[in-house]
Design a protein around this ligand. Structure first.
Ligand code: PHE
Ligand code: CA
Ligand code: ZN
Ligand code: ZN
Ligand code: ZN
Length: 294
């Protein structure tokens, strides 16, 4: 897999910040900054050779949009999806939540195009609307997938907050090794967790499990039995002293003090965490899109 340049991810964050600044300070559902964000990403993907579709839906009295981008080729009956929510809360520009995931998967999609990647599986990328109102965009997408299309999706990778300023290194606990009430994910979620863990191990970073409880857009996918996984660098949770000794940063402080606040700007990003996560996304997309020989 290619190394994703931090500069390429940060350049997208600069653009998302500018979009928010030009549109009343946010990129929220139903606000002009959201559609401007969709159009920014769509323009890049169209130029890179993706087939894009904007899927509209209505929630909370406003039109929302999902952006779906397919990379031509691969086995049409085996689809690997990668997604991130593109909407912010109304309080601020949403650069860590979730410009970070949106920009990272965009940089990986650009790397797919730049390298002429020809994976065994078909690749699909998604930028979801209205996550902040209750996973509305991803739920709409899954609800409207014909059963035959649903069964083709062999895995879904989700990235929501991957550049937290006081970062943690969390992987969705697909195997429920932490033994929480959420239980294990659909079969295949364990493999996704292992592939993500392998990349961080190679980087010398030990990950902690985080609840696989449906608190982001993978929820609608696992609810219908699609294996899923992803990473997270933390929101309002507090970094423990043992976490700080492994990961650096400040114990006793939130992973993201600006979570859902106006200060979630382009300054609210830890570059090392963002770079590691972008590289891990590329690793997961490349590894999980292989089709094993039969
Ligand atoms: N979905 C939450 C939000 O956007 C953030 C989150 C992601 C929380 C992953 C837990 C796990 O605000
Ligand atoms: Ca990198
Ligand atoms: Zn949020
Ligand atoms: Zn989020
Ligand atoms: Zn686990």
């Amino acid at each position: 897999p290619p190394d994703i340049s931090l500069a390429s991810v940060k350049a997208h964050l600069t653009q998302l910040q500018s979009i928010a600044t030009a549109n009343g300070g946010n990129r929220a559902h139903g606000r002009p900054g959201y559609l401007a964000s969709v159009n920014y990403i769509k323009g890049i993907l169209d130029a890179a050779g993706f087939s894009t579709v904007v899927q509209s839906f209505t929630t909370s009295g406003a039109t929302g949009y999902n952006l779906i981008a397919d990379w031509p080729g691969g086995d049409p009956n085996q689809v690997l999806m990668t997604g991130a929510h593109l909407d912010s809360v109304t309080a601020g520009p949403g650069i860590n939540d979730n410009g970070s995931g949106s920009a990272s998967i965009l940089a990986v999609a650009q790397a797919v195009a730049a390298t002429g990647f020809a994976p065994g599986k078909h690749l699909r990328f998604a930028w979801w609307g209205a996550e902040e109102l209750g996973l509305r965009g991803s739920q709409f997408y899954v609800n409207n997938l014909p059963a035959a299309e649903r069964t083709k999706i062999k895995g879904y990778l989700n990235f929501d907050m991957v550049g937290s300023p006081n970062p943690g290194y969390f992987v969705y606990d697909g195997d429920n090794s932490a033994g929480t009430g959420a239980g294990p994910g659909p079969a295949g979620s364990t493999q996704i967790e292992q592939v993500i863990r392998a990349k961080f191990t190679a980087l010398g970073v030990t990950m902690d499990d985080t609840d696989f409880d449906g608190r982001s857009d993978y929820g609608p996918f696992i609810a219908v039995g699609i294996p899923a996984g992803g990473t997270f660098t933390g929101a309002e949770g507090i970094k423990s002293s043992s976490q700080a000794s492994r990961w650096g940063g400040t114990a006793g402080q939130a992973f993201d003090v600006c979570y859902h606040r106006s200060c979630d700007t382009s300054s609210n990003i830890n570059d090392t965490a963002l770079d590691r996560n972008a590289d891990a996304i590329a690793h997961a997309v490349w590894t999980l899109s292989e089709v094993p020989p039969t």
